[in-house]
Design a protein around this ligand. Structure first.
Ligand code: HPA
Length: 284
C-alpha cells in the first residue's frame, strides 16, 4: 500500500470500550488542559483517574508541565472528562495521533469539547495573562498538507470535506463571556484568531511579524488538530488561549521566549481559569 497509515478505526473502538469498562461515568463534556492548566482536573469531585499508558492504543505525553492521564469526575455538578496533558506534533506524533483522544471521547458520548492552551500574544493590545476566547484559527501546518483528517475518511465520524467556518461555537463563547463578567475578569478577556505552528522552536521575529500581517492574535503549537477532529464529528467547541508571553516583534527587544515564562504565567492564571471553567460548565 502506498498510502501513509492513519489510525485504524479499531484502535478508537478498543480504547473507548476499555474506558467504558473502567468507569461508570458518561460525560458529555471533555476538557483538554493546556500547559500548566492541568490543575483544573484536580478540582473534580468523585474522580476516576486513568493513566494514558493503561488505555489501549493511547499515546503518551512527553512534555514538562503536561501529566498524562484522563480524569473523570464532577465539575460544578456536571460530569466531565479532563485530559491532563495533551499531545503535540513537535513530539513526533502525527496530527491524527494528537487528536486520537477526541475520537475516543466522541465514542464515549462527548458532544462538547473545551480546549485550552498557552499561546504567545501577537496582537499588541494584548498583555501577558490575558485570556483569549478563540474565534477562529489558522492551521498553518495545513497549508502543506498536515491535517488530522488526512487519509481515508472515517464516514462513521463525519464527512470527507467538513466545514470549518463555524468551528468555534458562538453560543458557548458568549456563555463564557457572561461568566467572565460575573467573575470580574472582563478586563483581561480578549477574543481573537489563534494560529498553530509546528514548533518546538519558538517563532523568529520575522515569523511573528508575518503572523501579525495575517491578522493572527495569538500563536501556539497545539489545539488545531483536536478542534478539526472534534468538528468533523460535530462536537461543539470552545477554545481558550492563555497569553503566557508576548511574541517578540522588534529587533530592539532583549526578551527571549522560553517555557519557564509560559509555565509561570499559567500558574498565575490557573485559579482564574478554573473559576471560569467551573462557572461555565455549570451553565451548560
Ligand atoms: N509561541 C508558540 N507557542 C507558544 C508560545 C509562543 O510564543 N507561548 C506559548 N506557546
Amino acid at each position: 500500500c502506498l498510502m501513509e497509515s492513519s489510525v485504524p478505526l479499531q484502535s478508537y473502538k478498543e480504547a473507548a470500550e476499555w474506558i467504558l469498562a473502567h468507569t461508570d461515568q458518561r460525560p458529555r463534556i471533555a476538557v483538554i488542559c493546556g500547559s500548566g492548566l492541568g490543575t483544573l482536573a484536580e478540582t473534580l469531585e468523585n474522580k476516576t483517574v486513568i493513566p494514558y499508558e493503561d488505555i489501549p492504543h493511547f499515546p503518551s505525553s512527553t512534555v514538562p508541565g503536561h501529566a498524562g492521564r484522563l480524569v473523570f469526575g464532577l465539575l460544578n455538578g456536571k460530569q466531565c472528562v479532563c485530559m491532563q496533558g495533551r499531545f503535540h506534533i513537535y513530539e513526533g506524533y502525527s496530527m491524527s495521533t494528537v487528536a486520537f483522544p477526541v475520537r475516543v471521547f466522541s465514542l464515549l458520548g462527548v458532544d462538547t469539547l473545551i480546549v485550552t492552551n498557552a499561546a504567545g500574544g501577537i496582537n499588541s493590545n494584548y498583555s501577558v495573562g490575558d485570556i483569549m476566547f478563540i474565534k477562529d484559527h489558522i492551521n498553518m501546518p495545513g497549508f502543506c498538507g498536515q491535517n488530522p483528517l488526512r487519509g481515508p475518511n472515517e464516514d462513521g465520524f463525519g464527512v470527507r470535506f467538513p466545514c470549518m467556518s463555524d468551528a468555534y461555537d458562538q453560543h458557548l463563547r458568549h456563555l463564557a463571556m457572561d461568566c467572565t463578567q460575573e467573575l470580574g475578569l472582563q478586563d483581561i478577556v480578549q477574543e481573537g484568531i489563534y494560529c498553530m505552528l509546528g514548533g518546538p522552536s519558538y517563532e523568529t521575529i520575522a515569523e511573528c511579524n508575518m503572523l501579525k500581517l495575517l491578522g493572527v492574535d495569538a500563536v501556539g503549537m497545539s489545539t488545531v488538530p483536536e478542534v478539526i477532529t472534534g468538528r468533523h464529528c460535530r462536537m461543539h467547541i470552545l477554545g481558550i488561549s492563555l497569553i503566557t508571553n508576548m511574541a517578540i516583534l522588534s529587533y530592539n527587544s532583549t526578551a527571549h521566549a522560553n517555557h519557564q515564562e509560559v509555565l509561570q504565567t499559567s500558574q498565575l492564571r490557573a485559579a482564574a481559569l478554573i473559576a471560569l471553567l467551573t462557572n461555565l460548565v455549570g451553565k451548560m
